[in-house]
Write a protein that binds this ligand. Structure first.
Ligand SMILES: Nc1ncnc2c1ncn2[C@@H]1O[C@H](COP(=O)(O)OP(=O)(O)OP(=O)(O)O)[C@@H](O)[C@H]1O
Ligand SMILES: [Mg+2]
Length: 408
């Protein structure tokens, strides 16, 4: 029998790459790595787990990947899985899979996940609850779309990340003010969406052959757009201990339908959704990947699950373990500075440490003198954990309300 290969594609050996390789190696298959770094960059603990290695100059070029695979196939090995945890590689790898007739995320599905306009179009035709939208390419078209959809709106790139170039639109003047900037960041078109008012949450879903087999939801406090709009607003992500609130179960069902409609059959998706004041669920967007490090860390704190391990095991072996009982709620608060320049003072930290100290499991406190960051993850963070969701939420609210980081 020719050996079966699992091919993992990565730009570099960051910590997630190590986790992916270890998880893939925990299988009967040989692990092959295609990477932009030279073989000497392979960290020591990983070397023995990798049976073949191809150094390439561009992991996002399907031709480059296909040629690397052709070199590997001289031993007539069969490829079981070709994967990457880098979202930018999703469409290029799907092209290679299509050319080589490999299983995994199909090309049209990869495109649906990477282009928010395609995503919304699919959702509209499948009746998935989501914001009304228009895709526009010129400023006059943007103004017309805004008039047709009605204010307020959100204007954003079709493949944005981390809320970059994303704006709340309150007037037609705002459309004109922000259009060029968004267009420059998103040359294939600009999305204009009706603004959804409500709480914002994530729902991680795992599908196996189309069936929803695992889910977990986190609350964003406040919505990320509000965070980037306001300097000094701390951002929190809360993972409740209770896995199955009535509304999260309902949201997970809708999220599963949403990602199935995009073509996902077996995989993990990080879905973002809104809970409106009347309790209704509106799906915001979905990515075919494990969630951000913050959510993955919280899941691990709550019940010991490593989401990367869960995902890779699913892709490689087609197996998902039943979720262990969740013993804790967990939360991360990202501390953000107001003002510009460098941090001059950090106020009220001792009070938070005194009040919530027993809940703090890790912290990276902002340092005076460092430059104030504008991103949602700010200048530092505190991780809380407790068997009581309420205690975690109180610690988060206290930290958000009291800690003040001011600039020069
Ligand atoms: N239609 C909408 N209504 C209300 N808020 C929105 C809407 N679209 C986007 N937002 C806000 O803007 C933020 C960023 O938008 P979105 O989630 O689409 O992209 P992104 O977060 O930049 O991408 P990614 O989550 O892949 O990093 C959201 O988290 C949300 O707070
Ligand atoms: Mg988002």
């Amino acid at each position: 029998m020719p050996p079966s290969l699992v091919i993992y594609v990565t730009q570099s050996f960051d910590s997630d790459a190590g986790r992916c390789i270890r998880a893939a190696a925990d299988s009967p298959y040989r692990v092959v790595v295609v990477c932009e770094e030279p073989p000497r960059a392979i960290p020591d603990g990983l070397r023995d787990l990798i049976s073949a290695y191809e150094e390439v100059d561009d992991v996002f070029d399907p031709g480059v990947i296909a040629r690397a695979i052709a070199r590997l196939q001289t031993s007539r090995a069969s490829i079981r899985v070709l994967f990457s945890d880098d979202e930018r590689a999703q469409v290029p790898l799907a092209r290679v899979r299509a050319a080589l007739k490999l299983p995994g995320l199909p090309l049209d599905t990869a495109r649906n996940f990477r282009d928010k306009a395609l995503m919304k179009r699919v959702w509209k035709t499948h009746g998935i609850p989501c914001a009304d939208y228009r895709l526009v390419r010129t400023e006059p078209a943007a103004v017309n779309a805004a008039s047709a959809l009605g204010l307020p709106l959100v204007m954003k790139p079709i493949d944005g990340m981390r809320s970059a170039n994303t704006y709340r639109i309150r007037s037609l003047l705002d459309v004109r003010r922000y259009f060029d900037g968004v267009r420059a960041a998103s040359p294939r078109g600009v999305l204009i969406e009706q603004f959804v008012d409500g709480e914002e949450l994530s729902c991680e879903v795992v599908l196996h052959k189309g069936r929803l087999v695992w889910y977990s939801s986190t609350n964003y406090i406040p919505p990320p757009l509000k965070v980037v709009e306001r300097r000094g607003e701390h951002f929190a992500v809360v993972l409740p201990r209770e896995r199955q609130g009535a509304d999260t179960t309902r949201a997970a069902g809708i999220a599963a339908r949403a990602v199935r409609s995009l073509g996902l059959r077996t995989g993990m998706s990080h879905v973002e959704w809104f809970r409106r004041a009347d309790g209704s669920v509106v799906i915001s967007e979905a990515a075919a990947r494990v969630p951000s490090a913050a959510i993955s860390t919280l899941a691990h704190l709550a019940d010991g699950t490593h989401l990367i391990d869960l995902w890779v095991r699913l892709l490689v072996l087609g197996q998902v373990d039943a979720p262990p009982p969740r013993r804790f709620a967990a939360a991360a608060v990202f501390l953000r500075g107001s003002g510009r320049g460098r941090i001059r003072a950090v106020r009220a930290l001792p009070g938070v440490i005194e009040k919530s100290g027993p809940l703090i499991v890790a912290a990276d406190y902002p340092a005076v003198g460092t430059a104030i960051e504008r991103d949602w993850d700010g200048n530092g963070s505190i991780l809380f954990r407790s068997p009581s969701t309420r205690a975690v939420v109180e610690a988060v609210e206290h930290a958000r309300r009291t800690i003040r980081i001011t600039g020069w």
